[in-house]
Ligand binder design. Structure first.
Ligand SMILES: [Ca+2]
Ligand SMILES: [Ca+2]
Ligand SMILES: [Ca+2]
Length: 821
């Protein structure tokens, strides 16, 4: 998460194909001056900057938003390449870009409009109004949105405080460009005299092609007022829907089967305003229905829900797909059929150059390491230890649950994943996780170096690449970033966890894991305050200046694995011993109802101490277990307070944080473990309802998972699954959860989408450029896979016992573990 997407503009050779129009300033570029024919200097109209009726906004206008009169600016978005910085806002019905830092290159600060086709032989007319708060030059162009950035038309203009109208025209003489863009550059030297900050405003922007007729938008279908889990419900688990209604009286609901026959009816319960969504809500409880089938529809208040299933298998393929996300994001190995599942998702091995990666200048070292392999973190191609750490831990924790709490491992065993390691007698979940764990081990600083034993915080590209890039095509050099205490402790924690888990399958690997873990812990103690810097370029910062929680987590994992007193003492010295807070304590999201994230990891230690047999006293383990159950009960209580019955609340400011869906998922893990430990069915019910929210029973009527539900996420932020950017790329495979609503509105796309003032759970848009609301990451899909597998198990299928590891009967295990307390 947290990464800016900025297209890097190569210095383009100007191909001015035809230029027959007029501009206040001659277009030029590529070292040659272009003849400008036609009338001179039209368009200084002297009118006030325009906020009257729409002008130039005809059905022939390729520009999707010309007037900004409705307060939005999409599909216009700004792009700033660091150090350039700024933001756009619609003000007085025109679009103004506030430039805090102009950057180095002309294109470092720009406003652009994509999603347009420019066709051979067609004549285009541009017209727009603009002014700036200071004298600057403006480079307007129509051209390619990616390398080599050919320009079909360009105008070099002067702006000052006086609003002016500019016009130009050209004939497209080369082949059709299905991905053209209309852009305005105002960075670097174009604005070198302007005092910063300055602003540039635009209005009534036209790119007219008389041969183009904008299709009337499809009639907007109002989302149903009855919100359901669009995938379905399990026969013996709770079944809730939410009706949006301002009625103060209960209303009748009706469940119909696919033939339209009544299955069940009842009355809603009036809930009132659900603050995080802003919706007035009623709750529908149809838990008593145990009929199975497909195509059920809930009706209430003259509105019909999306159709859904009731069945025991609703989560089976979803869980498998959620695990498969990790294979699809493997670095350093060809993603090949049949494992890729569809030819469009196959690709050559990415970043083979990671076999020899030098230190970045800021890292203060002069060696290269083989850090090939691992998973790509998210929409970008970086590999980050702290995000890898919690993702690895989460997946391994699911394995440990199956070993020690009686959870099913039917989906996790050898032969269950579509991966090359199927059939090797090692559970496929452990094979998949090892792909990243191996990479993490390689990030440890070798003996003899200054920071021997510590881990490099991350490895990533020197600069951000553009969307629409397969890993093997990434041309940007990559570097090892400085070591950090947080990364070192993450490495210690998951290597210690791996040492105990992989022992039955590979003793040598287990030994190596333990050696790396112990060495890392010592190195972190020697360097307890080496923090990763914030605000980095080319990769997310993942900075964290509170590492007491990482010390506790690493010491806990080492203690569980080794039983050594030194680790018992180290974890006992922290304030976190045996505790698990239902709310984040010191992360940026402090106060949010969530137990853990990449920045705050104490819950991970307490969970391992609670569920994996270890040398703690029964009393201490009982305390750790009570902490889990108590936090779970807090989340279950939130369900009762919410009209959408989702186990989350967003603090006193009611602001959804970045990756809010992952917070719900991590709450669901604590709920599920709490249920395992207590048999309190309310906790199980809350897990079910968390998943209902993620699959459509929410204020957006959105399934936040790709490929699942009537309205699934279609355009997550990812460089390879980038069909929305170009048909050359595939769309995303199924089973991937989006980060979801984020009140912070932290990227230019959501800022342009008119979301300002949105209710917490409505700060969302399904667009590939919306990286602060619609990214996908390993540390979010890990809890999604965990909870989907848990719900598949709870959905009531008979337990399978064909497993290489001893099958554990849930009841027996629960009895055993009660004895242990
Ligand atoms: Ca306007
Ligand atoms: Ca295997
Ligand atoms: Ca921390």
């Amino acid at each position: 998460m947290k990464k800016a997407i900025v297209a890097k503009f190569a210095v383009s050779s100007l191909l001015l194909l035809s230029f027959v129009g007029c501009l206040p300033v001659a277009g030029q570029g590529g070292g040659r001056t272009v003849q400008v024919s036609g009338r001179k200097q039209k368009g200084i109209l002297g009118e006030p900057f325009y906020d009257g009726p729409d002008r130039g906004i005809t059905s022939n206008n390729l520009v999707g938003n010309a007037s900004f009169n409705d307060g939005t600016s999409l599909p216009w978005t700004v792009s700033f390449t660091a150090p350039a910085d700024g933001a756009a806002e619609v003000k007085n019905k025109s679009l103004c870009v506030n430039v805090k830092n102009r950057g180095l290159n002309n294109w470092d600060a720009q406003l652009r409009h994509r999603e347009m086709v420019v066709k051979k032989g067609h004549t285009y007319v541009m017209r727009f109004k603009a002014f700036a708060s200071a004298s600057i030059r403006l480079r307007a162009k129509v051209g390619e949105q990616g390398p080599p950035y050919r320009e079909y038309w360009v105008g070099n203009l002067k702006l000052d405080e006086k609003p002016r109208t500019f016009e130009g025209t050209f004939v497209m003489t080369t082949k059709d460009d299905p991905m053209a863009e209309f852009t305005f550059h105002f960075g670097g030297n174009l604005a070198f005299k302007a005092p910063q900050p300055f602003f540039v405003c635009f209005d009534d922007v036209m790119l007219e092609d008389t041969d183009f007729v904008r299709a009337a938008p499809p009639p907007a279908e109002a989302p149903p007022l009855v919100r359901v889990n669009q995938v379905g419900y399990a026969p013996q688990l709770v079944k809730f829907a939410t009706l949006i209604s301002e009625s103060r009286e209960p209303v009748q609901w009706r469940l119909r089967d696919s033939a339209g026959q009544d299955v069940s009816t009842g009355k809603t319960a009036v809930h009132g305003v659900d603050a995080p969504s802003g919706d007035s809500t009623h709750v529908i409880d149809f838990s008593r229905v145990d009929r199975t089938g497909t195509g059920f529809v809930l009706e209430a208040a003259a509105s019909k829900s999306h159709p859904f299933d009731i069945g025991k298998n609703i989560y089976e393929t979803m869980a498998a797909d959620a695990f498969h996300f990790f294979y699809q994001n493997r670095s350093g190995i060809e993603i090949a059929m049949p494992y890729a599942k569809k030819p469009e998702w196959a690709r050559p091995a990415g970043h083979l150059s990671d076999k020899k990666v030098p230190c970045a200048e800021s890292a203060g070292c002069d060696y290269s390491l083989d850090v090939a392999g691992g998973w790509y973190d998210a929409g970008d191609h970086g590999k980050y230890i702290v995000n890898g750490g919690i993702a690895v831990w989460t997946l391994l924790n699911l394995w440990e649950r199956s070993q020690h709490l009686g959870g099913s491992h039917a989906l996790l065993d050898d032969g269950k994943f579509a991966i090359p390691e199927q059939g090797n007698k090692v559970p496929d979940l452990l094979d998949e996780v090892r792909w990243n764990l191996d990479f993490m081990l390689k990030m440890q600083v070798p003996d003899g170096q200054q920071f021997a034993g510590m881990a490099h915080h991350k490895i990533h590209d020197r600069e951000w690449t553009a969307l629409g890039l397969a890993p093997h095509d990434d041309p940007v050099p990559r570097f090892l970033q400085p070591v950090s205490t947080a990364a070192t402790l993450n490495l210690a924690a998951v290597a210690a966890q791996g040492a105990r888990i992989y022992r039955p399958y590979n003793a040598a690997f287990s030994d190596r894991c333990l050696q790396v873990a112990e060495k890392a812990f010592v190195a972190a103690q020697k360097n307890p305050k080496r923090f990763a810097p914030g605000g980095t370029v080319g990769g997310g910062p993942y900075d964290d200046v509170n590492v007491d929680d990482e010390f506790y987590w690493a010491a806990s994992e080492l203690f569980v694995t080794t039983g050594k007193d030194e680790y018992r003492n180290a974890m006992g010295r922290t304030p976190f011993f045996l505790k698990l807070s239902a709310h984040l304590q010191n992360a940026k999201e402090a106060g949010m109802a969530s137990p853990m994230n990449w920045q705050e990891t104490e819950a991970l230690g307490t969970i391992s101490l609670a569920i994996v047999p270890n040398k703690l006293s029964d009393k201490d383990r009982g305390q750790a277990r009570s902490s889990i159950v108590a936090a779970a009960r807090e989340y279950a209580a939130m369900v009762e307070r919410r009209g959408y019955r989702v186990p989350i609340e967003y603090g006193t400011k009611n602001m959804a944080a970045w990756g809010s869906n992952s917070m719900i998922l991590n709450n669901m893990i604590v709920l599920a473990l709490g249920y395992d430990l207590s048999d309190d069915k309310k906790l199980l019910d809350a897990v079910v309802q968390g998943m209902d929210y993620l699959l459509g029973r929410n204020g957006m009527d959105q399934s936040y998972v790709t490929g699942y539900g009537d309205r699934p996420v279609r355009n997550p932020h990812h460089r390879f699954w980038a069909k929305q950017v170009s048909p050359k790329f595939p769309s995303a495979p199924p089973g991937i959860v989006s980060g979801g609503p984020n009140s912070g509105l932290e990227d230019p796309y959501v800022q342009a989408a008119g979301l300002k003032g949105c209710a917490a759970e409505k700060c969302y848009v399904d667009h590939i450029e919306a990286w602060s609301a619609n990214e996908i990451t390993i540390n979010w899909n890990a809890p999604f896979a965990w909870t989907a597998a848990f719900l598949d198990e709870q959905a009531g299928k008979p337990r399978k016992s064909a497993a290489p590891t001893p099958t554990v009967n849930a009841k027996t295990t629960k009895q055993t573990k009660r004895k242990m307390q």
